[in-house]
Write a protein of this length. Structure first.
Length: 599
C-alpha cells in the first residue's frame, strides 16, 4: 500500500469518479454504486471525453442495473490502467506526474526514501538502475465501491410483478461489482442485510483461490465493536472473510449519521485494539469450517485491517490514531470536497462551502431513510425545499425511487421526501386538532425530508455540464461538520501534504480536538432526543437515555486518562482538551437533571 489514508465515499456523486483521478497516484478511494441511472450517464460522458464507443445499456435491458455497474467499473479500471502506464513510462522531471507520484508519498515510505536517494544520485548508470527499480514498484490505488446494505428496494417487471430477490437494488449492485474485472473491495455500510450477506458466496471472487488469495474483498463500515463482530461472524460462517473493519464516528462524519448508544470513538477504537487478535482467532475458526464444507482448504487467516474515519482534521490527530490504536489506515472524506481535482463539487457549492461557518453544518432529519443526516444549510436543495414550503407545495417529484419505503397511505411504497407523501401526511396532520406549536413541530418534521436521489448527483452533472435543460438544478451535499474548519479550495498535493504534516492548512484556525468535536455532537444529539421524546417518555425510553448518558460519562473518563498519559498534546491544547471535557460533563448532568425534573 502506497498511502496510509483513503478517500471514503461521499454521497452518490461526489466521489463517483474519484478513483479515476487518484488511483494512478497510488491513492485508494470509494465510489458509490447505488445510482445506476447516474452511473450510466457518467459512463456515457467518459466515453465521449476519451473517444470511446458508447453502447447504451437501457433500463429495459435484462439485469440492466448490474450490467450498467459492471460496465462503468470496467471503464474506470481501463482509464486508471491507461493513466498509470503513462505515469510509469514517463521521465522524472520537475512537476512531472511521475515526480508527483513519489512526492505525494509519506516521508517514511520506503519508496519515497528510494526516490530521494535517486534525486541525490549523480552517477548516470546508477541513476538508470534506480529509476528502473523504482518504476517496477509503483502500485495503483484501489477502486473500491460502496453499497448501503439496507437500501435494497425490491423491483418489479414490466407487468408490475415482483421480481426475484436477486434483482433487488443491493443484490444487483453487488452482482455488478462481482462481475467486474476490479480486484478491490466492496464497502458494506448502513447495517446488516442478511439477504445481501447470504448472496456473497455465490461469487468465486469473494472466496480464496488455490493460493488462499481473495480477488475481491469485503470491508465493513461499522460504528461499534459488538455490531461489527456479529456481522463478521454471520459472514465467516458462510465462508466470507472481512478484510477490513472501517470504523466511522457515529456522528462526526459525512452523509448518514449512525449514532451509537453513547459509545464515543476513542473507547470504540480501544476495544478493537484490545480484542482484535481474539476476534481474528474466533472468526478464522468459523471461516475455516465453512471453507471445508465448500471443499476449500486454508491454513492461515487472511489479513484483517482496522481503519478509522470521521472528523480527522490534523496530521497530529492522524498520527496519534495510527500509532496509539495500531491502525492500518485512516479515512479523510469531507476535506476532499474542497479539492476540485478530486471530487465533483460544482463551483457555486464549492464557494458556499468555503465561506461557511460551523453553524451551517448540522445533523438533520432530511433523509427519507429516517436516519440522521449531515446537512448543509446553504445548499441549493435546502433553499429549494424551503421555497417549496413557502409556495405551498412541499416535497419533491420522485423519479428515481431508490429510497421508496413508506406504505402508510399507498399499497406501493413511496418516498417520504416526495410531494405525494408529504401532501397526504400533512392532510392527516391537519385533522389532529393540535395546537399551533405542536402542529408546526410535526409539519417541520414531515417537510424536512430532501430528495437525495437527484440532489446528491446534480453537482456532478453541473460541474461536467451534462445537466439536461429541464432537470432540477438543486444540489444536496452532506459534509461532516469537520469541513467548517477547511476554507479551500486546495490542490491534491496540498491536502496530502496536510495529512502527512508537511504543511498545515489549518494554521491559525481555532479548532477543538476531533474527540471533543464528536463529544459535542453527541451531547447535542442527547439533548434533541430528550426534547423530541419527553412527552411520550416511558420506562423503556428512559432506561435507554440513562444508558446513553452513562456511556458518554464513561467516554469522558476514558479521555481524561488518555489525555493525561498518552494523547500527544502541547500544554495549551491539553488544557483546552480538559476544559472541554469538564464543560460537556457539566452539560450532561444538566440535561439529565432537566429530564428528571420534567419526568
Amino acid at each position: 500500500m502506497s498511502h496510509t489514508f483513503h478517500i471514503p465515499v461521499l454521497g452518490l456523486g461526489y466521489t463517483v469518479d474519484t478513483p479515476i483521478k487518484v488511483a494512478p497516484y497510488g491513492i485508494s478511494s470509494v465510489a458509490s454504486i447505488v445510482d445506476d441511472i447516474a452511473i450510466e450517464r457518467i459512463r456515457a460522458n467518459y466515453c465521449k471525453k476519451t473517444g470511446r464507443v458508447y453502447e447504451e445499456i437501457s433500463d429495459k435491458a435484462e439485469d440492466s442495473r448490474a450490467r450498467r455497474i459492471t460496465a462503468y467499473l470496467n471503464l474506470m479500471q481501463d482509464l486508471v490502467d491507461e493513466e498509470f502506464e503513462r505515469i510509469k513510462n514517463s521521465d522524472f522531471a520537475t512537476n512531472s506526474k511521475l515526480n508527483i507520484y513519489f512526492e505525494l508519498l509519506p516521508a517514511d515510505s520506503p519508496l519515497r526514501k528510494q526516490y530521494e536517494t535517486l534525486a541525490a544520485t549523480t552517477d548516470l548508470p546508477e541513476k538508470e538502475k534506480l529509476t528502473a527499480a523504482l518504476k517496477k514498484q509503483l502500485v495503483k490505488g484501489k477502486i473500491d465501491v460502496n453499497i448501503m446494505a439496507k437500501v435494497d428496494k425490491m423491483n418489479v417487471n414490466e407487468k408490475g410483478e415482483l421480481r426475484e430477490e436477486i434483482y433487488s437494488d443491493a443484490l444487483a449492485s453487488l452482482r455488478g461489482f462481482a462481475q467486474s474485472k476490479l480486484q478491490s473491495s466492496v464497502v458494506l455500510s448502513a447495517g446488516m442485510n442478511p439477504r445481501l450477506y447470504a448472496y456473497l458466496d455465490n461469487f468465486a471472487d469473494f472466496l480464496p483461490d488455490s493460493e488462499a488469495k481473495l480477488k475481491k474483498k469485503i470491508i465493513l463500515k461499522v460504528s461499534d465493536f459488538r455490531s461489527a463482530f456479529i456481522q463478521a461472524k454471520f459472514l465467516a460462517k458462510r465462508g466470507i472473510w472481512i478484510s477490513e473493519f472501517r470504523i466511522e464516528s457515529g456522528l462526526n462524519c459525512g452523509g448518514h449519521a449512525f449514532a451509537t448508544e453513547g459509545f464515543l470513538l476513542g473507547p470504540i477504537l480501544e476495544e478493537f485494539k484490545q480484542k482484535k487478535n481474539e476476534m481474528i482467532a474466533e472468526l478464522f475458526d468459523l471461516y475455516q469450517k465453512a471453507l471445508v464444507a465448500k471443499e476449500i482448504e486454508i491454513v492461515a487467516a487472511p489479513s484483517m485491517k482496522i481503519s478509522v474515519q470521521g472528523g480527522i482534521g490534523t496530521a497530529s490527530e492522524n498520527e496519534f490514531l495510527m500509532q496509539y490504536y495500531q491502525l492500518d489506515a485512516t479515512g479523510w472524506g469531507s476535506p476532499f470536497l474542497m479539492v476540485p481535482e478530486v471530487t465533483a463539487v460544482d463551483l457555486d457549492t464549492l464557494n458556499d462551502l468555503a465561506e461557511a461557518e460551523e453553524e451551517d453544518f448540522y445533523v438533520s432529519g432530511a433523509s427519507p431513510l429516517g436516519i440522521p443526516f449531515n446537512n448543509f444549510k446553504k445548499s441549493g436543495a435546502e433553499k429549494q425545499r424551503l421555497q417549496r414550503i413557502a409556495d405551498g407545495r412541499p416535497g419533491s417529484p420522485c423519479t428515481k425511487k431508490f429510497l421508496v419505503s413508506n406504505t402508510e397511505f399507498t399499497s406501493e411504497p413511496i418516498c417520504t421526501a416526495s410531494r405525494k407523501y408529504q401532501n397526504l401526511k400533512i392532510k392527516e396532520l391537519q385533522k389532529q386538532g393540535l395546537n399551533e406549536a405542536e402542529y408546526q413541530q410535526k409539519f417541520d418534521a414531515i417537510t424536512e425530508k430532501l430528495c437525495l436521489c437527484e440532489g446528491l448527483v446534480n453537482s456532478y452533472y453541473i460541474k461536467e455540464d451534462i445537466l439536461k435543460p429541464k432537470e432540477n438544478k438543486a444540489v444536496a451535499i452532506c459534509p461532516g461538520p469537520n469541513l467548517a474548519f477547511f476554507k479551500g479550495p486546495y490542490k491534491l498535493e496540498q491536502m496530502v501534504n496536510h495529512i502527512y504534516g508537511r504543511i498545515n492548512l489549518l494554521e491559525g484556525v481555532k479548532r477543538p480536538h476531533m474527540f471533543i468535536n464528536e463529544l459535542k455532537l453527541y451531547v447535542e444529539y442527547l439533548r434533541k432526543d430528550i426534547e423530541t421524546n419527553f412527552k411520550e417518555m416511558n420506562a423503556k425510553k428512559e432506561k435507554s437515555i440513562n444508558n446513553f448518558i452513562a456511556q458518554l460519562q464513561n467516554g469522558i473518563g476514558y479521555y481524561k486518562n488518555l489525555a493525561s498519559d498518552f494523547l500527544n498534546l502541547n500544554a495549551p491544547s491539553k488544557n483546552d482538551f480538559f476544559e472541554h471535557l469538564r464543560e460537556f460533563e457539566a452539560k450532561i448532568v444538566e440535561i439529565k437533571n432537566g429530564m428528571l425534573a420534567t419526568a
